[in-house]
Design a protein around this ligand. Structure first.
Ligand code: HEC
Length: 132
């Protein structure tokens, strides 16, 4: 996707890899440069738990299939059962600190959950919710 290098370039220039949430300003700026408008944590929260039909006829999917509805709580992988630390940077200081890591997981998780990439707007809304 053409916008990804641009998003990462912007994110990395913002002095990322710092404290929890440190990658967020750069990532959000990148998503806006890619066409998103203002971000809304409430919209992100609604999308986070919205049930998506499973492509294989299994149970409906959402971000909260593996991460709990409360982003401050630890989760469990829906398929492997592996524990997943909370995504909130207020709880786990390394969260949202590395833009490459965040983009990598958004790529995988959006595809698994929605069957497609998230738009820059959706990514910004979801990260705003996670950071709330
Ligand atoms: C099938 C299970 C699963 C689903 C569903 C899922 N995730 Fe994840 N997610 C993971 C795993 C596994 C990791 C990486 C392990 C870790 O970081 O603890 C991860 C990591 C992340 C990270 C990295 C955070 C950081 O800074 O370290 C973000 C952001 C994220 N997920 C967002 C989402 C969003 C948004 C959705 C819904 C579109 C979603 N996830 C759905 C399993 C899932």
């Amino acid at each position: 996707m053409k916008t990804l290098p641009m998003i990462l370039a912007l994110a990395l220039s913002g002095g990322a890899l710092a404290a929890g949430g440190g990658a967020l300003p750069g990532l959000l700026a990148g998503y806006q440069a890619a066409g998103a408008t203002a971000f809304d944590a409430d919209r992100g929260a609604a999308l986070w738990v919205a049930a998506q039909p499973s492509p294989d006829g299994g149970p409906a999917r959402s971000c909260s299939s593996c991460h709990p509805a409360d982003q401050r709580q630890a989760g469990r992988h829906a398929r492997t059962g592996e524990p997943i630390e909370a995504l909130s940077p207020a709880v786990v200081a390394t969260r949202l600190s590395d833009p490459v890591e965040v983009e990598k997981w958004l790529g995988r998780n959006c595809k698994w959950t929605f069957g497609r990439e998230c738009t820059p707007q959706e990514k910004g809304d979801l990260l705003s919710f996670i950071n709330r």
